[in-house]
Design a protein around this ligand. Structure first.
Ligand code: PGA
Length: 248
């Protein structure tokens, strides 16, 4: 479904130090007024969210986080970071259910849904990630897996959320699905969401770079991107943002 404003989000993963937050001001200056027509988001590691938000406050760059607790209320959960704390630190969005969280940390759809709902409770916009592994795709289970992840991971409580389609096999490599494949999965996600969300934006993620971004943004149903490696440097990330048709 068509969304009014694209979203291009950078996921720094477990990379970067406070010294790297200078990239945010550089990014803001590179994208300039384009951020009036495209939401530009940077999600640094949790300890850097507050400083990043402070440094971005006079720019149009939004700050988000990469994960949050599944528990909304303040509670005895050593090491966990609540969505309310991230909102308090200046985050506006939070990524939940990234495949690295699902695979390395064993997060289930139910956990991802709880995190998305906790984010909404705190006033954050969750970016709910879904995507098939290489073997699920090879086994012809792409549609079934993605539809199940959507059905079981998206918040039930209502509110604004974003979905990121990130084929696991495309993350951190050089391969991406064809544009037709991306369009098909975005269409499937849109149909699975139908009646359950008002205009959720559907991002593509997985090896987006300055060279392929323009084509990917042109695929039907793509409302923006979730970018890993290429979001760490303002040069690359701004080139991706400026490749969006809305930027010209
Ligand atoms: P990548 O990562 O752009 O480095 O492939 C995307 C992601 O994991 O969100």
């Amino acid at each position: 479904m068509a969304a009014s404003k694209p979203l291009i989000a950078g996921n720094w993963k477990m990379f970067g130090r406070q010294a790297d937050l200078g990239e945010i001001a550089l990014l803001a200056s590179r994208v300039g007024r384009v951020s009036e027509v495209i939401d530009v988001l940077v999600c640094p590691p949790a300890p850097m969210v507050a400083v990043a938000a402070w440094r971005a406050k006079d720019t149009s760059v939004l700050i988000g986080a990469q994960d949050c607790s599944a528990v909304a209320a303040d509670s005895a959960r050593t090491g966990d970071v609540s969505a309310a704390m991230l909102a308090d630190a200046g985050a506006r969005y939070v990524i939940v259910g990234h495949s690295e969280r699902r695979t390395i940390f064993g997060e289930t759809d139910a956990v991802v849904r709880a995190k998305a709902e906790a984010a909404l409770t705190a006033g954050l916009i969750p970016i709910v990630c879904v995507g098939e592994t290489h073997s699920e795709r090879a086994g012809g289970r792409l549609g079934e897996v993605v539809a199940r992840q959507i059905q079981d991971s998206i918040p039930q409580t209502g509110g604004t959320f974003v979905v990121a389609y990130e084929p696991v096999w495309a993350i951190g490599g050089n391969a991406t699905p064809t544009l037709a494949e991306i369009a098909d999965v975005h269409d499937l996600i849109g149909k699975t969401l139908a009646g359950r969300s008002m205009g959720a934006r559907i991002l593509y993620g997985g090896s987006v770079n300055p060279k392929n971004a323009g084509e990917i943004f042109g695929a039907p149903g793509v409302d923006g991107a979730l970018v890993g490696r290429a979001s760490l440097k303002a040069d690359d990330f701004s080139a991706i943002i400026l490749a969006h048709p809305a930027a010209s």
